[in-house]
Write a protein that binds this ligand. Structure first.
Ligand code: ADP
Ligand code: MG
Length: 383
């Protein structure tokens, strides 16, 4: 939505204009799935879909929030007293950020907030991280907190971990805070160092949301993390980042079947990230195809986070492209989206195949987005 339109809405709701706007994007991960919390490598890019937050300081210590995506709900809470969960599910993300800021010793006061977003929710494009990062950006600017983009990401992650009880890694928040247009970011989740990786100009990013209804996502997601941590412990390494396939095979007898498979995925996926960076540098479609296919197969067979609908979409698209593109599931799994890298001239074939086969096989309609890699968090003040 245009900023002037948003500002008019803000004035209507709060009786005065906003002082600034904080926007943070959703993201798509090209490869490196479930490696972030194992301190490995990931390769996401920020999208042009973004969450915008208009903000204004209040004289009192109340935070008052509207979201245009949830028109019938409003949340308000005080930052003076202990911040606890409220009745609004989405409002809790804002409470979560304020809770973490307070816990870290930042002095915050009241804010008026108006949120709007075109990031599809629950589609594996991380609308939650976009929201956390945009909200943290708003507090940072409104109260002059001087927080770096890296710490903004860490605060967003902590909000999701400790208040929303989703044990996600750092990838989503860091790419939302630091994304660069036209680039993916190789993130080393051990030290949070990043390297911008150019996406070849003739490579299109096609995201296909399965619209599969996600269930039990959090408990399954958190269970995978527990499996990885216990595998690392048995292999006597502090994280799977430090494990090798040789070490995994040596310790196989001590690991449960699940621990072995989860660790095998993570160790091999880290190498695939490094190989994908090289393949992008050479714009080598054959290599990209093999790497994304191997990633998807490992997520299906070893990490066990795909569902028939996402496996089916990957199949439909791979068959349509016949090696002329690369495709795999992306994001937290159990539904969500698939990412396809292909040439612009082949997008029509992808769309036609999905339209022809997906609904017929799965009784679901897929949404297709052709995207560009966009920039990360941007905060602007109006006066
Ligand atoms: P994902 O991050 O994959 O999109 P999540 O379930 O982690 O899915 O996060 C989606 C939740 O984030 C929504 O249910 C809502 O609570 C919150 N959210 C995301 N975008 C907005 C928004 N624009 N306004 C209000 N809440 C939002
Ligand atoms: Mg999320």
């Amino acid at each position: 939505m245009e900023v002037t339109q948003l500002n008019a809405k803000f004035s209507q709701l709060f009786g005065q204009e906003a002082q600034g706007i904080s926007s943070a994007p959703g993201r798509v991960n090209l490869i490196g799935e479930f490696t972030d919390y194992n301190l490995g490598y990931v390769l996401p890019c920020a999208l042009e879909f973004k969450t915008q937050v208009l903000f204004n300081r209040r004289k009192d210590n109340h935070v008052c929030v509207y979201s245009l995506n949830y028109p019938n709900e409003y949340d308000t809470f005080s930052v003076d007293t202990a911040i606890i969960q409220g009745d609004s599910q989405w409002g809790n993300y804002i409470r979560a950020v304020a809770y973490v800021l307070k816990q870290r010793g930042f002095h915050i006061g009241g804010l008026e907030l108006l949120i709007t977003s075109d990031v599809p929710q629950g589609a594996g494009l991380s609308s939650s991280a976009a929201l956390e990062v945009a909200i943290t950006g708003a507090f940072n600017q409104a109260f002059n907190l001087g927080i770096s983009s890296k710490d903004i990401a860490l605060i967003g992650q902590q909000a999701e971990n400790e208040f929303m009880h989703c044990q996600c890694g750092i990838m989503d928040q860091l790419i939302s805070a630091q994304g660069k247009a036209g680039h993916a970011l190789q993130i080393d989740c051990q030290d949070l160092s990043t390297q911008a990786v150019t996406i070849p100009e003739d490579l299109s990013l096609v995201i296909v949301n399965s619209n599969y209804p996600r269930k039990l996502v959090e408990s399954e997601y958190n269970q995978r993390r527990i499996d990885c941590e216990s595998a690392a412990k048995k292999m006597q390494v502090s994280s799977l980042r430090l494990a090798t396939l040789a070490r995994l095979n040596e310790t196989k007898a001590q690991l449960s079947d699940n621990e072995f498979k989860r660790a095998y995925h993570v160790i091999s996926e880290n190498q695939r990230v490094i190989d994908t960076v090289n393949a992008l540098a050479k714009n080598d479609m054959g290599a990209l195809h093999d790497l994304l296919a191997a990633s998807h197969n490992s997520l299906r067979n070893n990490f066990e986070v795909t569902v028939p609908a996402t496996d089916g979409l990957v199949n439909i698209i791979a068959n349509a492209l016949q090696g002329k593109g690369a495709v795999r599931m992306t994001g937290g799994g159990f539904g969500g989206a698939v990412i396809c890298l292909c040439r612009a001239s082949d997008i029509a074939d992808v769309k036609a195949a999905v339209a022809r086969e997906y609904q017929a096989r799965f009784n679901l309609t897929a949404d297709i987005f052709v995207c560009q890699a966009g920039n990360g968090l941007a905060v602007t003040t109006f006066h």
